[in-house]
Design a protein around this ligand. Structure first.
Ligand SMILES: [Fe+2]
Length: 187
């Protein structure tokens, strides 16, 4: 049995990232390499807002935190300013639930992870709702190893409240497909 466990572990460790993500929306829709040209513009920074809580857990599956929410996978790459994937980058998310509420006492709908060897990140979570004064959005903190943190927010492309939200930035819009909302961070 131990040999079997060892061989499974060895297979997982040597598997290409796409195989390790098999069965997830990321594997189906995220290409193996980013396509952003030779010198992509750095991702625009935005305010962290009042609802950041430090020490979010290492966690990629957040949907269980909000069972009434509509599930959505957010995923993409972290790349540098030459469009090279950045493995081991910290990607942290925090966002409101389906009612527009943040968990400010615990870590519900909050988590972090490190990008894989291909520079990919992904969170299985829910559709965040708008709350007074804000259109729907997700907060992110992204940091390449040894780099400075990028704090920003991502938005849906078709939310009518985008127009009335002074923080909305069209450069921070998620690219939507049926099972995946994609964004590539350039740091
Ligand atoms: Fe917010």
């Amino acid at each position: 049995m131990q040999a079997t466990r060892r061989s499974i572990l060895a297979a997982l460790l040597t598997a290409p990232p796409a195989l390790m993500l098999r069965g997830t929306a990321e594997a189906q829709e995220l290409p193996l390499t980013p396509a952003c040209g030779d010198s992509p513009a750095p991702t625009v920074a935005q305010t962290a807002g009042p609802f950041y809580t430090p020490n979010a857990p290492l966690k990629r599956d957040l949907f269980a935190d909000a069972p009434r929410g509509r599930r959505l996978t957010l995923a993409g790459f972290v790349v540098d300013r030459q469009c090279r994937p950045v493995p081991g980058a910290l990607v942290e998310i925090w966002h409101a639930d389906q009612d527009g509420a943040y968990d400010n006492r615990g870590h519900r709908l909050r988590g972090h992870q490190l990008t894989d060897a291909a520079g990919r990140w992904g969170f299985n979570t829910i559709v965040a709702a708008q709350y007074p004064g804000r259109t729907a959005h997700y907060h992110f903190r992204v940091q390449a190893p040894g780099g400075r943190p990028l704090i920003t927010q991502l938005y849906f492309p078709d939310d009518p409240r985008n127009r009335s939200d002074g923080l909305f930035d069209a450069r921070l819009v998620l690219k939507m497909s049926p099972n995946l909302a994609r964004f590539d961070f350039v740091v």
